[in-house]
Design a protein around this ligand. Structure first.
Ligand SMILES: [Zn+2]
Length: 375
């Protein structure tokens, strides 16, 4: 049986910047195939997805992870090569070590160990791996899940191995995520000479009072599961670069991370009506990329929180913060889904790393989860 450290290093040394999988899924397919798992590739376009199962009947417990990573950035910022896994001071360094090749390796080892020791286990265990989590996430987990659901596959519980631990290993699981909606707003004016403003129409000046009101909106007060929804402006651009030209148009990008007290439709409607009230000549391009969700399934939450407590002696908080994740695709099919994994302090950064002890702890936690959901 391969160790979680060796498997994590095998995955890290296969460069897999989205949507490439770097050969990882072929490698995992042979690893699982050799142990009697059913293995199927669900590839769409450039994106590779791997679906692995063992056993039959209910319940079906699915582990989910991604093998793609974000680019390493400037190599000078790294102390070691990002795709050459390096063990130092009890940590594995390398791109994807924490997000999430390390925890993916732990999910795999937990499944392999569980089936080796319980060949006639109850129900079915599954693993879904995608190469499109860090990118558009169109042909990845969402599409593969849709294929499975269309086939009549009914998933009872899902565990995503994203790195959810915050300050200490085991201090946080994620039981939901906020929604995300972005807008690209274009405000049209009339270009002209700054000395002849009566002949021009400045879109910056038109935007200013609208933007002030937009930023002052209190969308909601949050609820027991979520903090209040927030809006952030990410880009604003107008002007030719010359100091004596009134710009002809302006673009403004903003994003909202919103909770279950509101919907993307309501957000879009309110902002559109506000722009109308300010008589802005403008257009919006909206992108509602993720719906908020919350998992209230006590059996799954207790199984995961209990396993984390047994391993780490910590009672994890049940959080909903951070960015979006592939958990949302399970939630969209009403599949109870919870996320747990190692500390996320270095994800997407140079010198990304994960603790060896954390990965070994993840294996025991993931195994405990299987044992409690498939007694
Ligand atoms: Zn991730």
């Amino acid at each position: 049986m391969i160790s979680v450290v060796n498997l994590a290093c095998e995955l890290i040394r296969r460069p897999s910047i989205t949507p490439s999988d770097g050969g990882i899924q072929e490698y995992l397919a042979s690893l699982f195939g050799a142990q009697g798992f059913s293995v199927e590739h669900l590839d769409y376009g450039d994106v590779r997805n791997l679906w692995v199962t063992h056993g039959s009947g209910v319940p079906l417990v699915v582990f989910d992870g991604h093998c793609d990573v974000v680019p390493p950035g400037a190599l000078e910022s790294w102390d070691t090569q990002p795709f050459d896994p390096t063990l130092r001071d009890g940590m594995i360094f390398g791109r994807g070590s924490a997000d999430m090749k390390g925890p993916l390796a732990a999910l795999c080892v937990a499944l392999l160990q569980f089936v080796l020791e319980n060949p006639n286990h109850a129900g079915t265990v599954g693993l879904l791996v995608t190469s499109d989590e860090e990118g558009m996430a169109v042909d990845g987990t969402g599409r593969a899940l849709q294929t499975l659901v269309d086939r009549g596959v009914k998933i009872d519980y899902a565990l995503v191995g994203e790195p959810t631990s915050d300050a200490r290993f085991g201090d946080m699981i994620k039981v939901g995520r906020r929604g995300s909606v972005s807008a690209k707003m274009t405000v049209f004016g009339k270009q002209g000479h700054v000395a002849y403003p009566h002949l021009a129409d400045n879109p910056v000046h038109r935007l200013a009072p609208f933007l002030t009101e937009l930023l002052a909106i209190r969308w909601d007060s949050g609820n027991d599961d979520f903090p209040p929804s927030t809006l952030q402006v990410s880009n604003i651009h107008a002007g030719t670069g010359a100091v004596n030209v009134v710009p002809g148009s302006l673009t403004l990008d903003f994003n909202l991370r919103y909770n279950t007290e509101i919907t993307a439709e309501l957000i879009e409607e309110r902002i559109t009506m506000m722009a109308h009230a300010y008589k802005l000549d403008c257009q919006f391009v909206w992108n509602a990329s993720a719906q908020p969700f919350i998992t209230h399934n006590p059996k799954l939450i207790d199984a995961i929180a209990g396993a984390v407590k047994a391993e780490t002696k910590r009672t994890p908080s049940q959080a909903t913060g951070g960015g979006t994740s592939d958990a949302r695709f399970f939630a969209a099919h009403k599949i109870p889904v919870v996320e747990f994994g190692p500390i996320n302090a270095t994800i997407h950064a140079a010198n990304e790393c994960v603790g060896v002890a954390e990965l070994e702890g993840c294996v025991r936690i993931y195994r405990l989860v299987l044992e409690s959901l498939l007694p």
